[in-house]
Design a protein around this ligand. Structure first.
Ligand SMILES: [Zn+2]
Length: 218
């Protein structure tokens, strides 16, 4: 009996350790992954498939459960994002979900569902310019809690109560938050401050500028 109790205790500790370990891995995009990108991939995307990576990272959801998220990002963003998500994991920064936008059918639906995502071959609204998401060099985090705001317009509409930034709840991004500091330390720009000259606060958005790739895209 004592032996079984000891085993149970040992397994509990071992399993607990296993489930709370951060795990991340990146791979070139396989045919199988590409076939899932029915909404986000376009044949005229500004970066070739070989420069993109399928990245999985551990995160805590809002119930305190460890999940494995899926992202598609540029190869040059992988190291930064693994480092950032490892630190976010250590402080249990909550993320609602991290699935392909394709599973929701559209960017709007993904944002309304508070889904975190990165690559999307789309243009900036009302311009012919590719979004930095089309380079795999931008990521949107907890978009429902951190809406896009331009004047009176905001999206997702379901995130109206989070226009009040003094709520400062978990999973929200402000200039005082740890997640903001982490991205800034890695040289990423925050949409809450880098588009202010255009009257835009894109509170869920971070982007990386790579000379020779998307430097003229901002
Ligand atoms: Zn974005």
């Amino acid at each position: 009996m004592r032996f079984y109790l000891a085993c149970a205790l040992y397994c509990t500790i071992l399993c607990a350790q296993t489930t709370t370990e951060f795990f991340a891995q990146s791979y070139p995009l396989s045919e199988e992954i590409l076939s899932r990108m029915v909404v986000t991939w376009q044949s005229d995307s500004p970066v070739p498939v070989k420069e993109l990576r399928y990245l999985t990272v551990s995160y805590y959801d809002f119930q305190g459960q460890v999940k494995q998220g899926e992202l598609v990002v540029h190869a040059l963003a992988v190291d930064d994002l693994i480092s950032i998500f490892k630190k976010l994991f250590e402080v249990r920064f909550p993320i609602h979900s991290m699935k392909f936008v394709d599973e929701f059918g559209s960017d709007d639906a993904s944002m309304s569902a508070n889904n975190t995502s990165a690559f999307y071959a789309r243009h900036v609204t009302r311009t012919g310019r590719w979004s930095n998401h089309a380079y795999g060099l931008a990521i949107d985090i907890n978009p429902l809690l951190n809406p896009y705001i331009r004047g009176e317009y905001f999206c997702p509409q379901e995130g109206e109560r989070y226009l009040d930034r003094t709520l400062n709840g978990s999973g929200m991004i402000t200039k005082d938050s740890y997640i903001y500091t982490l991205f800034k330390e890695h040289g990423w720009l925050w949409g809450g401050e880098c588009f202010l000259d255009r009257g835009i606060e894109d509170l869920h958005h971070f982007q990386k500028v790579v000379p020779g790739l998307n430097e003229n895209n901002n």
